[in-house]
Write a protein that binds this ligand. Sequence first.
Ligand SMILES: NC(=O)c1ccc[n+]([C@@H]2O[C@H](COP(=O)([O-])OP(=O)(O)OC[C@H]3O[C@@H](n4cnc5c(N)ncnc54)[C@H](O)[C@@H]3O)[C@@H](O)[C@H]2O)c1
Length: 267
Amino acid sequence: MSQGSSFGLDGRVAIVTGGGRGIGRGIALALAEAGADVAIADIDLPNAEATAKEILALGRRALLVRVDVTDSQSIGAGVAEVLAKLGGVDILVNNAGVVQDNTDAVVTAEDFDRCYEVNLKGIWSMTSALVPHFAERGEGKIVNIASIAGRRGGALSPYSASKAAAISLTQSLATTLGAKNINVNAVCPGLLWTPMWEKLEGMFGGSTDPAVVEKRTAFDAYLKASCPLRREQTPEDIGRAVVFLTSAAAKNITGQSLNVDGGIQMN
Ligand SMILES: NC(=O)c1ccc[n+]([C@@H]2O[C@H](COP(=O)([O-])OP(=O)(O)OC[C@H]3O[C@@H](n4cnc5c(N)ncnc54)[C@H](O)[C@@H]3O)[C@@H](O)[C@H]2O)c1
């Protein structure tokens, strides 16, 4: 599919934050399958290494860099390493994200700070580090991983607010960076059974007991009640949406936020 296709990414280089596991891993593998070389920028090096090995097995170049998106020094060093070792960057996927530690009944100031720092300011910091490079090349593609929680609020106010702000930031960045030929879009995933949702299961299901969490009670109930297609989404689904948005086929799409959620949210 990648060879000679306007949907392909042959010869492109991507950075995926939080690419070590979950959705980020799915995005990294989808980009590699479409032809891109991929740098995994994560705080979790063992997982990042495992994803990098999978990318190498697909015949692409892979690099792992320890980057904390809340730390400008590590961002600067990580981006410089990717530029030096992979020769340039075409695509930035701001996927790294966290949920709060508490439900709204006991939400803390720390919950707000952490969601803001990682889910919103992290996007801005990574983007700021790469814009000069994209501007010099005369092209760049940025995809921010937001959430349907940013479309509708819900029982996780720090998380939802940070994701709504990420959608807004996507629109502002698309406006200001369009003249440099930099496309900025977002993907809003719906329901994916990742380590992040396992943590939420403990909150919504009222238990962190592994035996209860194993049953995915809250996840399955929410899926059944809210998803028209009646099936959970997968990291591969999110990865394919990112491939489309970063390909030549989407060259005139910017400032958009695409729900990949089985129809849970229709605007
Ligand atoms: N799982 C879902 O149902 C769901 C739904 C909507 C949106 N999302 C969003 O998708 C993205 C990925 O979620 P996931 O479910 O794969 O989560 P996850 O917790 O499984 O993975 C998150 C990854 O981000 C990394 N990370 C966390 N903080 C970081 C930091 N400061 N710097 C660099 N890396 C960091 C982690 O090490 C991990 O590899 C997040 O932005 C999340 O909000 C997830």
